[in-house]
Design a protein around this ligand. Structure first.
Ligand code: FNR
Length: 389
């Protein structure tokens, strides 16, 4: 079975009159989800920082690069598997940390995580999930590859407690998001005064945490508003600097990946600080309007640290072709954010499965039809920008 066989499954099912429940062109999901969701949730997911220019730039930077297919190369036997952060994976793709999934579907993070686990794809659980990390781990089962994303709290005891809990629940890698020391200016949320955390949604890891609860005068259940305010006061710490990374290295044994790196010097600083990887990302355009497109930042970061760190990528991936382009630009793997969030919104866990299968089938076919039997043979020479015809 190859990932590409999903298309035959679809055509064969068609013999009985069945068609896929969701579109197989994943770029159509946003529009469908927008029609289904309320204005608050849709603005929160689809929205970006400022005028949205960074999110548009992310798409444009991937679109502008074109694959140059090569012919008469043997692509009968294909293998998308890779090793990332010391873990063997069936494909170079993971589900990005997306917080507050219960605003999109009641099955929320456990459903998304279960669908990822069923296909062997890593699930990165957000600190801001609407389900405690232990429950998500249980939904994934023993084998499900899971990584934990840390919003590094101001309160050192809560930070330590999160790391201990994540390790105990079987999360094998730590993704530390650096680009959100403050919430950015997000007009779509501001115009509706919509911030789910103030309603106690997306706070499950905090409200269930013994160190967090120890800082409250009354239990969360008795005074939820005070708990929300306590959360707001510690959620992020704009005072952190590079030397602070030593704390994470001391308190986490597995790989540590810094998410939100866009400058090669920051990538070098990550390597110097003993980190294991970076995610070249601008948070899907949600933090700095006017920022460099993530795909434009990727080559310089890969050149700077590709031999020292695992270089991952996100921000703007919508199709299998986009994955191929990111790999060609120097990433070893990619994270996908909004597409699976829309899949969840539209059809719960099966919607997430649909997104994973479409993306990987399209990646498999894109590579095969471009002359690649594996992701490992892609390079910048396969893109028209670096190899103009
Ligand atoms: C995010 N992202 C994010 N990142 C993170 O580190 N922790 C988080 O809790 C969240 N939450 C979150 C919510 C929503 C609704 C979105 C859309 C995104 C960013 C995410 O991990 C990833 O960087 C982007 O989604 C990648 O861009 P695309 O794939 O959405 O274009």
């Amino acid at each position: 079975m190859s990932w590409a066989d999903f298309q035959y499954e679809i055509y064969l099912n068609g013999l009985t009159g069945a068609v896929p429940r969701l579109p197989t062109d994943l770029t159509r999901l946003e529009e469908l989800a927008a029609a289904r969701l309320g204005p608050g949730p849709v603005g929160y997911v689809a929205g970006s920082a400022g005028d949205g220019s960074t999110a548009r730039a992310n798409r444009a930077a991937l679109d502008r690069r074109r694959i140059v297919p090569r012919m008469l190369r043997d692509v009968r036997e294909r293998d998308l598997s890779v090793e990332l952060l010391g873990r063997p994976l069936p494909a170079p793709v993971a589900l990005a940390p997306v917080g507050v999934l219960s605003i999109l579907h009641p099955d929320a993070e456990p459903a998304a995580a279960r669908s990822a686990a069923a296909r062997g794809i890593p699930y990165i659980l957000s600190s801001a999930s609407s389900t405690p990390m232990e429950q998500v781990a249980e939904a994934m089962g023993e084998e499900g590859e899971r990584w934990f994303q840390l919003y590094w709290p101001k309160d050192v005891e809560v930070a330590r407690s999160f790391l201990r809990r994540a390790e105990a629940a079987g999360y094998t890698a730590l993704f530390v998001t650096l680009d959100t020391p403050l919430l950015s200016w997000r007009p779509r949320d501001l115009d509706q005064a919509y911030l789910p955390f103030l309603h106690g949604v997306g706070t499950a890891n905090y409200f269930s945490d013994p160190a967090f609860r120890a800082g409250l005068a009354k239990p969360v259940e008795e005074d939820p508003n005070a708990a929300v305010m306590h959360f707001v006061s510690m959620f992020a710490d704009p005072g952190k600097t590079w030397p602070d990374l030593a704390f994470l290295r001391e308190n986490w044994d597995g790989p540590i990946v810094l998410k939100g790196v866009l400058h090669p010097d920051d990538a070098r600083a990550a390597a110097d600080a003993g980190m294991d990887g970076v995610v070249v990302s601008n948070h899907g355009g949600r933090q700095v309007a006017g920022a460099i497109a993530a795909a434009d930042a990727l080559p310089a970061v890969a050149d700077a640290v590709g031999d020292r760190l695992t270089v991952l990528f996100d921000s703007g991936i919508r199709t299998g072709a986009d994955v191929a382009k990111a790999l060609a630009l120097g990433a070893s793997g990619v994270l996908v954010g909004r597409p699976y969030a829309y899949g969840l919104a539209l059809d719960g866990g099966p919607g997430v499965d649909h997104v994973i299968r479409c993306l990987l089938a399209e990646l498999d076919l894109t590579l095969a039809l471009s002359g690649h039997a594996s992701p490992n043979t892609l390079s910048r020479a396969d893109l028209s920008e670096s190899a103009p015809l």
